[in-house]
Design a protein around this ligand. Structure first.
Ligand SMILES: Cc1cc2nc3c(=O)[nH]c(=O)nc-3n(C[C@H](O)[C@H](O)[C@H](O)COP(=O)(O)O)c2cc1C
Length: 169
């Protein structure tokens, strides 16, 4: 069985990369050969059995590198198992997470031929020291729930290793 999995990420300030790295580590612990790389650097998907794509949300849109990744690789992605995640609401309150989920769903709706096996929204990070005016007035926050991220990555590992569904005659 091919166990090579790509964990691709699209980040501006690094918090999505940190989550992608933890996802990749979890996949490795579950027996997969996970490579964690920036989405923009991926030229082809040759040799991968599955893909996890994570991207930050900014101003209502999923990071351009994540959107471009799906567009550029949409044909090879169709037969592969794909899981996606986005970052990140300031809190894990239902209304905040739902708002971010809608933004991610809008991006995924552009490519209806892709049907991810798992989709998640994780809380985001705000570090005003890394932001310009007026965003540098935002409060420091980190809404990443590492237990939830780890548990999601374990579900991803299970989905990526599951036997293909048997078509009913
Ligand atoms: C200017 C700005 C705009 C943002 N817009 C959104 C948004 O529309 N939706 C959302 O869920 N998160 C939004 N966020 C939160 C980011 O997604 C969050 O900070 C994330 O952790 C950033 O990821 P990165 O460190 O990988 O760039 C925004 C953050 C900033 C600073």
């Amino acid at each position: 069985m091919n166990r090579r999995v790509l964990v691709a990420y699209a980040t501006k300030r690094g918090s999505t990369r940190e989550v992608a790295e933890v996802v990749a580590e979890t996949l490795r612990a579950e027996g997969l050969e996970a490579e964690c790389r920036p989405a923009a650097e991926i030229e082809d998907l040759d040799g991968y059995a599955g893909v996890v794509l994570g991207g930050a949300l900014y101003m209502g849109r999923w990071h351009a590198d994540a959107r471009d990744f799906l567009k550029r690789h949409r044909r090879p992605l169709v037969p592969l198992r794909l899981a996606v995640f986005a970052m990140g609401p300031r809190t894990l309150a239902e209304s905040d997470v739902e708002g971010s989920r809608k933004q991610l769903d809008n991006a995924l709706a552009m490519l209806p031929e892709l049907d991810p096996v798992l989709v998640a929204v994780f809380g985001g990070v705000v570090d005003p020291a890394k932001l310009r005016f007026p965003f540098n007035r935002m409060r420091v926050s980190d809404a990443r729930d590492w237990d939830a991220i780890h548990a999601w990555a374990q579900d991803v590992a299970e989905q990526l290793q599951a036997e293909p569904a048997v078509a009913l005659a």
